[in-house]
Ligand binder design. Structure first.
Ligand code: TYD
Length: 136
């Protein structure tokens, strides 16, 4: 459910020579990482996401720049602005997401609990809603 999705602040080692942040399996984030992907060179005005995952857990960080993520569990919506590399958004399964308002040069990094599988996606909102209410 949407209440499980939250911003998580990560450890930050401050140093005049540059800051350092780390993420460990099952420690800062509630799942084991099987995959890392990143989205970059996003043109102005682009919208990404527009899908939900059946079983995937994700943790999304703005490694550079900023963007907005709107989460929707089929009943309620919450919007988050990601703009710092020392925190990220935990997104649990069965949440529809839209990502937009990318600043120029922004980089989205996602840590994911499984390898890529198209079977794990709901690409149509109506399919997501049908499954969401069948499960409820
Ligand atoms: P998609 O998850 O739809 O991107 P976004 O949510 O950022 O809009 O993925 C876009 C394309 O990339 C789609 O054809 C699937 C492919 N893809 C992979 O092959 N491996 C991956 O790990 C991911 C995330 C996507």
């Amino acid at each position: 459910p949407l209440e499980d999705c939250k911003l998580i602040e990560l450890p930050k080692i401050n140093d005049p020579q540059g800051n350092l942040t780390f993420v460990e399996n099952n420690s800062q984030i509630p799942f084991e990482i099987q995959r890392v992907y990143y989205v970059y060179d996003v043109p102005g005005g682009a919208e990404r996401g527009g899908h939900a995952h059946k079983g995937l857990h994700q943790f999304i960080v703005a490694m550079s720049g900023s963007f907005d993520i709107t989460l929707d569990d089929g009943q309620n919506k919450r919007k988050f602005h990601l703009a710092r590399s020392y925190y990220g958004l935990y997104v649990c399964p069965m949440i529809w997401r839209e990502i937009d308002n990318f600043s120029s040069g922004s980089v989205l990094m996602c840590l994911a609990s499984n390898k890529y599988s198209e079977e794990d996606y709901y690409r149509k909102y109506e399919d997501f809603m049908r499954a969401r209410w069948a499960a409820a």
